[in-house]
Design a protein around this ligand. Structure first.
Ligand code: BGC
Length: 517
């Protein structure tokens, strides 16, 4: 387990939209390097960079054409190596995004694989043995290749699935996972990892980590075996490199070899109930836990979280996210004041938290036409808002050249304005992250237990080591028993710990330490 993860707080950067250093309207690597001091000052000591590799960008770079080459629009391989160096000089680790399940249809491996003539790449992708036949319930594309076969895709049409084999092959074209051509795919991906690790990257966020072996079982036996093999390589060659899964099932991802697994902010996870209520009621009410006007208690989230926490404790970490490039921003349905409480909890629960760029100032989700396969996700991918100046400080390019339009609202939040305002969301984020770094009890592996969580109660209290933390997102006053003498380390709103009870006159949040005398 890389030791640095214990104190890691990640900042996710969508490179298109963070900082344009050369005035061409799109973000780039030198732009990110120029903002490392900002990231450090915020309290983040690790970065997850969305794919920055050569690509036709039909899925924002998740359609990789060359795993070993930085996309020219972001800079050069040397710019990326310089980003690693400058980040390391500031104590910041950098994860790249590994897309192992598929490539772009323009990847040379796939172009070779499409050829009628058998070659070294014929089995690099999953091909049926007929030119037109829907097979085994897997999504396929026909009619595009000289080879008399159809191929399986992993996500969009432009993303043919790499071949890691089938758990239980049921047709001659379904190769077993130990077929030499499936092993070759796995080895090729390890070589991609080695390529960037040797140049200074600190590990990978792994895209669609559960998707590799086809017709896998519920326990993901086949895919997990692939990842354990990859992890063995890392342990032997790069033991400080981190592997973070986009899996959203820590009880499978951690035993499969990942150090962390994201909880995705989606409807099929209890986590979604904290920030986004996907079952919005017909009367328009939103029962997300952190909404001040909701009636929700923490119990839509907590039992599943605790089950995952206890099952993976000591073996790996759960990663809670403010949101990511695939979800609506939390500002979509939470106010900046509600976000303060939401972040306070996300940043003080166990595990390794991730902050998506711009969420620290409460950037808005915007309704925008789809760009680069973004669909609804496009609205969470708009340029970072730095200053009140031209293009909100993102780029010197003319407005019409921007990758996506900046938020035109007169009250668009900016870093500049919030830095000058002690009461801002940005300041709260900085205070919370500073508190987290100052107290080992709040580190990823600090002890955790539930102190108060009851059906129908908005108050949620928990212990981290010697500390007691509590949140009450509602407007009403709520209390829970708290024997002993406690002093506040950090509070938002009205908090009182005395007489054997902890009272949060909501909305409020508290971190309490035992009295010292
Ligand atoms: C990424 C998405 C991408 C998809 C296909 C994901 O889960 O986060 O942005 O579209 O995988 O690669």
């Amino acid at each position: 387990m890389p030791k640095w993860l214990q104190d890691a707080v990640f900042y996710e950067i969508y490179p298109q939209s963070f900082c344009d250093s050369n005035g061409d309207g799109i973000g780039d690597l030198p732009g990110i390097t120029g903002k490392l001091d900002y990231i450090k000052d915020l309290g983040c000591n690790a970065i997850w960079l969305n794919p920055c590799f050569d690509s036709p960008f039909r899925d924002a770079g998740y359609d990789v054409r060359d795993y070993r080459r930085v996309a020219p629009r972001y800079g050069t391989n040397e710019d990326l190596a310089e980003l690693f160096r400058q980040a390391h000089a500031r104590g910041i680790h950098v994860l790249l995004d590994l897309v192992p399940g598929h490539t772009s249809e323009e990847h040379p491996w796939f172009r070779a694989s499409q050829r009628a003539e058998p070659n070294a790449y014929s089995n690099r992708y999953i091909w049926t043995d007929r030119w037109c036949l829907p097979e085994a319930g897997l999504p396929f594309v026909a009619g595009e290749s000289e080879r008399e076969a159809t191929y399986i895709i992993n996500f969009f049409k432009c993303q043919p699935a790499l071949n890691y084999g089938f758990l239980h092959p049921q047709a001659p074209w379904q190769l077993p996972t130990d077929h030499p051509d499936c092993i070759a795919t796995r080895e090729a991906m390890k070589d991609v990892m080695r390529f960037w690790l040797a140049r200074g990257c600190d590990g990978f966020r792994v895209d669609m980590a559960a998707s590799l072996v086809k017709n896998d079982d519920d326990q993901k036996t086949g895919t997990s075996a692939v990842w354990r093999d990859v992890r063995a390589m890392l342990d032997a060659e790069y033991p400080e490199a981190a592997l973070v899964a986009e899996w959203s099932c820590p009880q499978l991802a951690i035993p499969a070899g990942f150090h962390c697994d994201f909880y995705l902010n989606s409807e099929d996870e209890g986590f979604g109930s904290l920030m986004h209520d996907y079952e919005r009621h017909s009367d328009g009410t939103d029962e997300s836990y952190f909404r001040r006007d909701a009636k929700a208690d923490i119990l839509s989230f907590l039992p599943a979280y605790c089950a995952d926490y206890w099952a993976t404790k000591g073996k790996g970490y759960i990663s809670l996210i403010t949101c990511n490039h695939d979800t609506r921003r939390p500002r979509n349905n939470l106010t900046p004041e509600e976000l303060k409480l939401a972040y306070a909890v996300l940043f003080t629960l166990p595990g390794v938290p991730f902050l998506y760029y711009g969420d620290e100032i409460g950037m808005r989700y915007r309704q925008l036409p789809s760009l680069e396969g973004g669909y609804f996700r496009t609205g969470s991918r708009t340029p970072m808002q730095w200053t009140a100046g031209k293009n909100l400080g993102f780029s010197q390019a003319p407005l019409e050249q921007l990758y996506l339009p900046v938020d035109p609202s007169p009250d668009a939040p900016t870093v500049e304005a919030q830095q000058a305002d002690e009461a801002s969301l940005l300041h709260t984020v900085k205070d919370l992250l500073a508190l987290r770094h100052a107290h080992p009890d709040l580190a990823a592996d600090g002890e955790f237990s539930v102190a108060f969580a009851q059906r129908g109660h908005r108050l949620f209290a928990y212990r981290r080591g010697a500390l007691v933390l509590a949140v009450n997102p509602g407007a009403a006053r709520e209390s829970c028993p708290l024997p002993g003498c406690w002093q506040p380390l950090y509070t938002i709103g009205r908090v009182n710990a005395a007489g054997g009870a902890l009272t949060l006159d909501g909305p409020a949040f508290a971190v309490l330490a035992p009295c010292t005398e």
